[in-house]
Design a protein around this ligand. Sequence first.
Ligand SMILES: [Cu+2]
Length: 176
Amino acid sequence: MTLRTPRPLRLGALIAVSALALTACAGTPAPAPASAQADAFSSSDVWVKAADEGMSAGFGTLANTGDTDLTVVSATDDATSSMQLHETMQNESGQMVMREIEGGFVIPAGGSLELAPGGNHLMFMDVTTPLRAGDETTITLTFADDSTARIVAPIKEFSGANETYEGDMGDMDMGQ
Ligand SMILES: [Cu+2]
């Protein structure tokens, strides 16, 4: 009898210690990180057009779960020596031309921005590592506050965009 009684006591002591540890943990003041733009970002169905060299483009949906607008100011991908954020506009002679968008891609608060052939897109300016259909490539977006988000995008054959971009590329070279 004398041997048994200490047991529940010890258990009780252990429980008390754990409770204290938990309290201490929860109460520890964590450094409050400024809410980064990248935290509110998500993407879906992002894909990149297959290309061995030259130009290519990335498309998909960029979404913003936050309550303020998100701005993508730049993008990179190891497969291209440079990347631009492009919009497609009709020029004075009625031709559709693409050009670097001023002010970056703005993803509205609680909304999304569609990147699609013939519209806004991530422009691979000079593919240095072949983008092969079936592979994946990693795009890094940088937001206005310097936070970043990575998108792993599948590479797909897309002949339609090829036709569109051949004409656009000529216009862009001339506009340079
Ligand atoms: Cu473009």
